[in-house]
Structure formats: structure tokens, C-alpha cells
Design a protein around this ligand. Structure first.
Ligand code: NDP
Length: 310
């Protein structure tokens, strides 16, 4: 029996992942579900949003790898196999995410939206630049992507604060943790960056009441999951200026429906959920490393806790 890795994704190229994984995993067959001859040979699955019942034939499964960093759509399923679950999240994915957030933060810190509006009116609109150290940037979530991003923001000289569940230490980042710190954290974020996973605890966390705690005229960036935020309340806050600008990569419904009021707001920048993606060239090494670790009887890295939800 040849150990088999089954790949599933409607967004990622099987051929690309196969070409990268094959040399790293000699002796492992890499194929798609329709090409499996013997389901009992399937020891590993690398998948993004596989259909319900996908795992059922693979009774010898040893490892399930989520082809992406966000596992909310996976851990809530009722057909999860009882095997270790890991996720793809590598430094290149962190760099891509940090690049997106840096762009959005710098755009606000340098008042670029005001210049974009002035240009449309052929208006010379001088606003004196602020020092980055005078801009308080709050990063909610200091995980693999969040911590990388917070450190990059600190490197740019911003006054960076971070919030997580457990205590953290990051150079140049003022870290706090726990629910009791959240309200004060929001109240001192001129630019808020949401980088939390979607879990039972974080769903709806940024309610109308919590959004109202942000300083008047603050900026809002969400690159995590739409459902962490009350989108209606966010829209209202953007309409009345309580939140002055938003960069939104994620929404409570995706694709964002054409009739949604956010599309028409000139203080909102919308991107279609692509702040960061799994990068095959580096992600493949991480997937292969975990499969090799299993073979050596070692614990796998980047393991997800389905009960915790991330
Ligand atoms: P991680 O799972 O590595 O880290 C999650 C962070 O959030 C941790 O710091 C964790 O705290 C914190 N956290 C979780 N729950 C709570 C809570 N209840 N209260 C306070 N803090 C909490 O995630 P990543 O950094 O890798 O990614 C973050 C999210 O980004 C992903 O879950 C995904 O949804 C999203 N994403 C979006 C993409 C896009 O293109 N828009 C691409 C990839 C990911 P602690 O450290 O204490 O555990």
C-alpha cells in the first residue's frame, strides 16, 4: 500500500501543490479524491473547505491539514475525523498579511484618503504629516499573522498595542490580554486592526457598544472574519463619522451583496478577501515537515484545537 495524500480545494491549484510536495515526500502518492484507488491508503488530507462527508471513506487518516490559516469553517463541522488538525501558515503568508495591513495603516496615518478626495475636486489640500509615534495602532489578535503584523507596524515607528487571550511579549508592542482589558484597548486605538480568528468567543465581539468605545474619527481595518464585527453597527458608525474610515477585506456575507450600503461609501475601501493566501512554495515545506514528523513519531506543528476554535 502506498501512503496517499488527498488534496481538495476549489481555490488552489492541485498541480502546483503536487509539484512542490512530491519531491519533499518521496514514497507518498499525492492525488485528488477522484483518483484514490484504495481509501485505506489515504493517511493525509490537505484541503480547503471540502464538502460534507469528504473524510468518511478515509478510515486510516492520520493528519488533516487545513489549506489556509483560518479554520473557522473547518472546526465547526460535525464530520471532522478524530485526527490531529494542522493549518498552513508560514512566514510568507505572514509577510503578505503584514504588507496588506501596513498599506492600510500607512494610508490612514498619512491621510491619503483625504488627498484622494481632494484630488477628485482638483483641490490643493495641505495636511501636515503626523509622526507615526503619535498614531496609536491597536492589533486585536497576536497569533502567527497578528504578531508578525504588529512587529512590522512597530518597526515603522507606530505606537503599537496588541490584545490577545493569553499574555504575550513582543518587542516594541504594548501587549495586554483578556476581556477585562478590551474596552480600554478599544478606547485607545486611533487605528484598530482586527486579526482575531472567528470562534464562539469572538463572534460578534465588536458589537455596536464596543465600536462606540473607539475614539471619535478612528479608522478600522478588518482582515480576519466579517462575523467578528456587527457589520450593521459598523456601517452606521461609518455613516455618522464615529468611525472615519474603514478597510474591509472580510464581510459577514461573502461575496458582499451588490446592494450592501458599504459599496457606496467613499470612506470605505473594499477588497475581496485576499489580504493573505496560502503560498504553495513555502506552505508545501510546512505540510511535508508535519508528515515527516508524524512518521518519526513526533508531534505536529501548527496544530489547531477544535474545541478552542483556532
Ligand atoms: P492564530 O490562530 O495564530 O492567532 C489567533 C490570535 O487571536 C491569538 O493571539 C489568540 O490569543 C487571539 N485570540 C483568539 N481568541 C481570542 C479571544 N477570545 N480573546 C482574545 N484573543 C483571542 O491566528 P493568525 O494570526 O494566524 O490569523 C488570524 C486570523 O486571520 C485567522 O483566524 C483567519 O480568520 C484570518 N485570516 C484572514 C485572511 C485574509 O485573507 N483575510 C488570510 C488568513 C487568515 P492567544 O495568542 O492568547 O491564543
Amino acid at each position: 500500500m502506498i501512503p496517499t495524500l488527498v488534496f481538495y480545494s476549489q481555490f488552489d491549484s492541485f498541480e502546483e501543490w503536487q509539484a512542490l510536495l512530491a519531491p519533499l515526500l518521496p514514497g507518498v502518492r499525492i492525488c485528488q479524491a477522484e483518483d484514490v484507488d484504495d481509501p485505506d491508503s489515504v493517511l493525509y488530507v490537505l484541503a480547503w473547505k471540502p464538502p460534507h462527508g469528504f473524510f468518511a471513506p478515509y478510515r486510516q487518516l492520520q493528519l488533516l491539514v487545513n489549506l489556509g490559516a483560518g479554520v473557522d469553517s473547518l472546526v465547526g463541522r460535525d464530520d471532522l475525523p478524530k485526527v490531529p488538525i494542522t493549518r498552513v501558515s508560514d512566514p510568507d503568508m505572514g509577510r503578505m498579511m503584514a504588507g496588506y495591513v501596513l498599506f492600510a495603516v500607512l494610508r490612514y496615518a498619512r491621510d491619503i484618503p483625504a488627498f484622494e478626495r481632494a484630488q477628485r475636486q482638483r483641490r490643493w489640500h495641505y495636511l501636515h504629516p503626523r509622526l507615526p509615534s503619535s498614531v496609536r495602532v491597536g492589533v486585536l489578535g497576536l497569533g502567527e499573522l497578528g504578531a508578525y503584523t504588529a512587529l512590522e507596524l512597530a518597526r515603522q515607528g507606530f505606537d503599537v498595542r496588541g490584545w490577545s487571550r493569553s499574555a504575550k511579549q513582543l518587542d516594541g508592542v504594548n501587549c495586554v490580554n483578556g476581556m477585562e482589558q478590551l474596552d480600554g484597548f478599544l478606547a485607545s486605538s486611533d487605528i484598530l486592526v482586527v486579526m482575531l480568528p472567528l470562534t464562539a468567543q469572538t463572534e460578534g465581539l465588536l458589537s455596536a457598544e464596543r465600536l462606540a468605545l473607539l475614539p471619535a474619527g478612528s479608522c478600522f481595518i478588518n482582515v480576519s472574519r466579517g462575523a467578528v464585527v456587527d457589520q450593521q453597527a459598523l456601517t452606521a458608525a461609518l455613516a455618522n463619522g464615529q468611525i472615519s474610515e474603514a478597510t474591509l477585506d472580510v464581510f459577514d456575507r461573502e461575496p458582499l451583496p451588490p446592494q450592501d450600503p458599504l459599496w457606496a461609501m467613499d470612506n470605505v475601501l473594499i477588497t475581496p478577501h485576499l489580504a493573505s493566501v496560502a503560498i504553495p512554495a513555502t506552505g508545501a515545506a510546512q505540510v511535508a515537515e508535519n508528515i515527516l514528523r508524524l512518521g518519526r513519531g513526533e508531534t505536529v506543528l501548527h496544530q489547531v484545537d477544535p474545541v478552542r476554535g483556532y
